[in-house]
Design a protein around this ligand. Structure first.
Ligand SMILES: *Cc1c(COP(=O)(O)O)cnc(C)c1O
Length: 321
C-alpha cells in the first residue's frame, strides 16, 4: 500500500467539514511551568465520542461504495475506534459490528451500544478480537476494516494535524501517542508537507512496545501487550503506518504506565482536562524527557478522554505538581 498523501488529508478535511468542527487547542501557563516548555494541548477529548479516531471513522464510512455500505462494516478495537465507527455509522446510516476484547472498558462498550452499533465482546486482547472480526466478516459477508492499515483512517486523522500546524505554524515538535500508528503516520504526512521543520515524536507505553520496536527495527514485529492503557494496547506493528513513520519521526519514546498516571493527574490539576491514559502519554513523554523539549513550543495531542471507572478512581485526591 502506498503512503497516504497530503491530497488525501485535504480531501478528508473537505468531507469532515460538514460533520466535525475543529477542536480547541490551548496552552496553560501552570502546565508550561511544570513542564519547562510552551505546551499546546490539542483537545481531541472534546470530540463527540471523546477521541480523535472519529475523524477517521467518518472519513472511511463517508467514502464507502454503495455495495460496502449496504453490507455493513465489521472491525475490532479496544474501544475508541469502535466508538468512532459507531458514531459514523449512526450519522451515515451504515450497520457497524465492533468486536472488543472481553475485558474492554465498560464505558466504551456502553457508548458503542448507545450509538446503536453492535458491540461483540470476544477474546483476551486485541489479537483475539481481530480473529473473531475476521470470522464475522467471512460468515456475515461484511466489509472488514483494519484499525491500522486503512488509508481513509489515516487521511481522516490527518485533519487534526492540519488544524495544529494552521493554529501554531512555528512549532518545534508535536508529540503523538501511538497504538497502531495511524495518528503518528498522519502527523508525518501533514508536517512533511506543511511544517517541515517541526519534529514529530511518537510515544508508546513500555508495557506494549510493538510499534516502538517495529519502528526501531525497520520491520513489523510482535511484542507482549501488557499495558493498562487501552488506546496504546497493540501487540504488533501495522505495516502502512510504520512505513509512513519510518523516515519522518524524529524519535520514538517509551513511558511507563505509572508515569502516564502522573501525567493524567497533571492534566486534571493544571489543564482542566480529563484524559484517558493514552491521551496523557504525550505529557508523560514531556515529563520524562524535559531536556529534549526545554524552552520549545510543543503540541501534545490529548487523543482521548474516555477514562475507565478504574482510571477515574486512580486519579485520587492527590494531584501531581
Ligand atoms: C487509538 C488511540 C491512540 C493511538 O492511536 P493510533 O492511531 O492507533 O496509533 C491514542 N490515544 C487514544 C485515546 C486512542 O483511542
Amino acid at each position: 500500500m502506498e503512503p497516504v498523501t497530503i491530497t488525501e488529508v485535504l480531501a478528508a478535511r473537505r468531507l469532515l467539514a460538514a460533520h466535525l468542527p475543529p477542536t480547541p487547542m490551548w496552552t496553560y501557563p501552570a502546565l508550561n511551568a511544570e513542564l519547562g516548555a510552551t505546551v499546546y494541548v490539542k483537545h481531541e477529548n472534546a470530540q463527540p465520542v471523546g477521541a480523535f479516531k472519529v475523524r477517521g471513522g467518518m472519513t472511511l464510512l463517508a467514502g464507502l461504495s454503495e455495495a460496502d455500505r449496504s453490507r455493513g462494516v465489521v472491525s475490532f478495537s479496544t474501544g475508541n475506534h469502535s466508538q468512532s465507527l459507531a458514531y459514523a455509522g449512526a450519522a451515515l446510516g451504515v450497520r457497524c459490528v465492533l468486536v472488543m476484547p472481553a475485558e474492554a472498558n465498560p464505558a466504551k462498550v456502553r457508548a458503542v451500544r448507545a450509538l446503536g452499533a453492535e458491540a461483540v465482546l470476544h477474546g483476551a486482547d486485541l489479537a483475539g478480537a481481530q480473529e473473531h472480526a475476521e470470522h464475522l466478516a467471512r460468515t456475515e459477508k461484511m466489509h472488514l476494516v483494519s484499525p491500522g492499515d486503512t488509508r481513509e483512517l489515516i487521511a481522516g486523522v490527518g485533519t487534526l494535524y492540519l488544524e495544529i500546524v494552521a493554529a501554531v505554524p512555528d512549532l518545534d515538535a508535536i508529540v503523538v501517542p501511538v497504538g497502531s500508528g495511524t495518528g503518528a503516520a498522519a502527523a508525518s504526512v501533514v508536517t512533511t508537507a506543511l511544517a517541515p521543520s517541526c519534529r514529530v515524536v511518537a510515544v508508546q507505553s513500555a508495557a506494549a512496545p510493538a510499534a516502538h520496536d517495529s519502528w526501531r527495527a525497520g520491520a513489523c514485529v510482535t511484542r507482549p501487550n501488557l499495558t493498562r492503557v487501552e488506546g496504546l494496547a497493540t501487540g504488533r506493528g501495522f505495516d502502512l503506518p510504520q512505513r509512513m513513520m519510518r523516515s519522518r519521526l524524529a524519535d520514538f519514546l517509551l513511558v511507563t504506565d505509572e508515569r502516564i498516571g502522573v501525567a493524567q493527574r497533571l492534566l486534571a490539576s493544571h489543564a482542566h482536562t480529563l484524559a484517558e491514559g493514552a491521551g496523557a502519554a504525550g505529557v508523560a513523554a514531556l515529563l520524562d524527557h524535559r531536556d529534549a523539549f526545554a524552552g520549545q513550543r510543543v503540541a501534545v495531542v490529548c487523543t482521548g478522554g474516555n477514562a475507565s471507572p478504574a482510571e477515574l478512581a486512580a486519579l485520587g485526591p492527590e494531584t501531581a505538581g
